[in-house]
Design a protein around this ligand. Structure first.
Ligand code: ADP
Ligand code: MG
Length: 448
C-alpha cells in the first residue's frame, strides 16, 4: 500500500463517514482499500466484481466529492478487483457461531469466491422463480443425484448467479466437497493461461477433479471452438464421475449462437429451468428483504414506488433502493414523489425502453404496412400479410427479451415458425434494400 494513497483515503473516509449512515458506510466504504496514487489517479481495490460494479454504479460521485474536499484537488478514481483485498464481510457481530463462520469464510477464500449474500435464505421465492429455486435446492441437497446438469437461464439481473452460488453455500456448509464457482470468462482465461505456460495437464487435473462445478454465463462460449472442445471434455469427465454440474446462461442452450450441437444436447440432458421477471408482489418482498438485510428504513410508499416502476431487473431494484436510502441518510429529509422520480430518472427511462411490448410492435408493424392488427395472429398467408408478420416477429425478437415460444404465443404460431421468420427476415434484408429500410423506419417509430 502506498502511503500517500492511504493518507488521502483516510481523510476521505472521515468525510464519507459523516455523510453516510453507519451501516451504508460499513457496507460499501469500509470494504475498500487504497492501493496507490499514480499521477492524478487514486487506485482503490475491492475484493470482487460485485463490489466493483456496485461502487461504480452508486458511490463513485460521492467518493469523488469527498475526496475533493479532503485533498483540495480533483483526482480520478479507479476501482480494481484484488482477490487479496480485505474480507468482504465487514460487520462482525460476535456470536457463538462466529468462529465457525470465519472458518467457513476461509474455506471459501481458499477454494472459491462466493458472495456471502447469495444464499438460499436471502432468495425470495415467487411464481417467477419457483421452479428454478426448487430445482437448485434439490441439487444442493442431493448433488449429482437430483438433476445433472442443472441449467438455469434467464435475463440479466434475475438471480442466476445468486441461485447458483446458493447451491455452493448450501453444499459447503453440509459436506466437505470440492466446489468450484467460476465465470465462463474466467474459465477461458485460466485455460489460455495454462496453454501459454504449458500447464494444460494441471488445468485439466484441476477442473476434472472437483465435486461440484458451478459455471456462470455459459453463453460466453459462443463462437469459441477450441474452448468448446475443452469444456466438452471437462463436462464429460465430471459427468461420468457423477459430479454435479450447474450452468447459467442468458438464454436457452439451443439459442446460443455458434455453439456446437453436442454441447447444446448435453446442457439439456438434466434439468433446464428458467428465471422469469418477478411480479409486483415478489418485487416488493425482495425490496423489503433487502432493506432489512442492509438495515435501511424506507417508508412503504417509497418501496411501492420502486416496485411499480422497476420491473425487469432485480439488480436495478436494489440500485434504486440504495439510491433512495442514501439520499434520505444524506439529507435527512422525507422523500417526496417528485424527488424519487428525479433520483431514479435514468433507471425509469431504461425500464421504459426495455419494456417495449410485443403488442406495441405488432401494432406499429401493422400500421406501417397497412394491414389489420388481427392479421398478426391470423392464419392468412398471402405474401402481403406473411412478410409483415415475419418482420414483426423479427422485431419482437431483436427489440424485446421475449423468448421464441413467448413470441410464438403472441402470434398464435409455434416457436419454430418464429425462428424461421427471424432467419428469413435477416436474409431478405440482405437482398432487399426496400425491406431493410422499412424495418429501419419501423424501429425508429418504435423508439420515438
Ligand atoms: P443474474 O446473474 O441473473 O444477472 P444476479 O444473480 O446477479 O443476476 O442477481 C442480481 C441481484 O438481484 C443480486 O444482488 C441478487 O441478490 C438479487 N436477486 C435476484 N433474485 C433474487 C431473489 N429472488 N431474491 C432476492 N434477491 C434476488
Ligand atoms: Mg450473473
Amino acid at each position: 500500500m502506498n502511503r500517500d494513497a492511504s493518507k488521502v483515503w483516510s481523510t476521505t473516509c472521515r468525510i464519507l463517514s459523516e455523510q453516510l449512515s453507519k451501516d451504508l458506510f460499513e457496507r460499501w466504504i469500509a470494504v475498500i482499500s487504497p492501493s496507490r496514487i499514480e499521477g492524478d489517479t487514486l487506485y482503490l481495490s475491492v475484493a470482487n466484481d460485485f463490489y466493483l460494479g456496485w461502487l461504480e454504479e452508486h458511490y463513485l460521485p460521492l467518493i469523488q466529492d469527498a475526496m475533493k474536499k479532503s485533498c483540495g484537488r480533483v483526482m480520478d478514481i479507479k476501482v480494481e478487483v484484488d482477490g487479496n483485498a480485505p474480507p468482504v464481510v465487514t460487520r462482525e457481530t460476535p456470536d457463538p457461531e462466529s468462529k465457525k463462520k470465519s472458518l467457513y469464510r476461509q474455506v471459501f477464500k481458499k477454494k472459491i469466491s462466493l458472495n456471502p449474500k447469495y444464499s438460499f435464505e436471502n432468495f425470495i421465492v415467487g411464481p417467477s422463480n419457483h421452479f428454478a429455486h426448487a430445482a437448485a435446492l434439490a441439487v444442493a441437497q442431493n448433488p449429482a443425484r437430483a438433476y445433472n446438469p442443472l441449467f438455469i437461464y434467464g435475463g440479466v439481473g434475475l438471480g442466476k448467479t445468486h441461485l447458483m452460488q446458493a447451491v455452493g453455500h448450501h453444499v459447503c456448509r453440509k459436506n466437505n466437497k470440492d466446489i468450484c464457482y467460476i465465470s465462463t470468462e474466467h474459465f477461458i482465461n485460466k485455460y489460455v493461461e495454462a496453454l501459454q505456460r504449458k500447464k494444460l495437464v494441471d488445468f485439466r487435473k484441476r477442473f476434472r477433479n472437483i465435486d461440484i462445478l458451478l459455471i456462470d454465463d455459459i453463453q460466453v462460449l459462443s463462437g469459441k471452438d477450441g474452448m468448446q472442445e475443452e469444456f466438452f471434455h471437462t463436462f464429460n469427465a465430471l459427468f461420468e464421475n457423477h459430479k454435479q454440474i450447474v450452468l447459467t446462461c442468458d438464454r436457452p442452450a439451443s439459442e446460443i449462437p455458434k455453439l456446437t450441437e453436442r454441447l447444446v444436447s448435453r446442457f439439456e440432458w438434466g434439468q433446464v429451468t428458467q428465471l422469469e421477471k418477478p411480479d409486483t408482489e415478489t418485487r416488493i418482498a425482495i425490496l423489503k428483504n433487502k432493506s432489512e438485510e442492509m438495515n435501511i428504513a424506507l417508508p412503504d410508499d417509497a418501496i411501492q414506488f420502486i416496485a411499480e416502476r422497476i420491473r425487469s431487473n432485480i439488480r436495478k431494484l436494489e440500485g434504486a433502493l440504495i439510491r433512495l436510502s442514501s439520499f434520505v441518510s444524506l439529507t435527512k429529509r422525507p422523500l417526496e414523489t417528485e424527488q424519487m422520480e428525479q433520483l431514479l430518472r435514468d433507471l425509469i427511462e431504461q425500464e421504459r425502453q426495455s419494456s417495449l411490448s410485443i403488442e406495441s410492435i405488432q401494432k406499429s408493424v401493422a400500421e406501417y404496412f397497412d394491414i389489420r392488427l388481427a392479421d398478426m395472429s391470423s392464419r392468412r398467408r398471402p405474401k402481403s400479410i406473411a412478410v409483415p408478420r415475419q418482420v414483426a416477429m423479427y422485431l419482437c425478437r431483436s427489440l424485446t427479451d421475449s423468448s421464441f415460444p413467448e413470441i410464438g404465443e403472441a402470434f398464435s404460431k409455434n416457436h419454430a415458425t418464429v425462428l424461421y421468420a427471424c432467419r428469413a427476415v435477416e436474409q431478405m434484408m440482405e437482398r432487399d434494400k426496400l425491406l431493410k429500410s422499412s424495418v429501419h423506419a419501423i424501429k425508429q417509430r418504435l423508439s420515438a
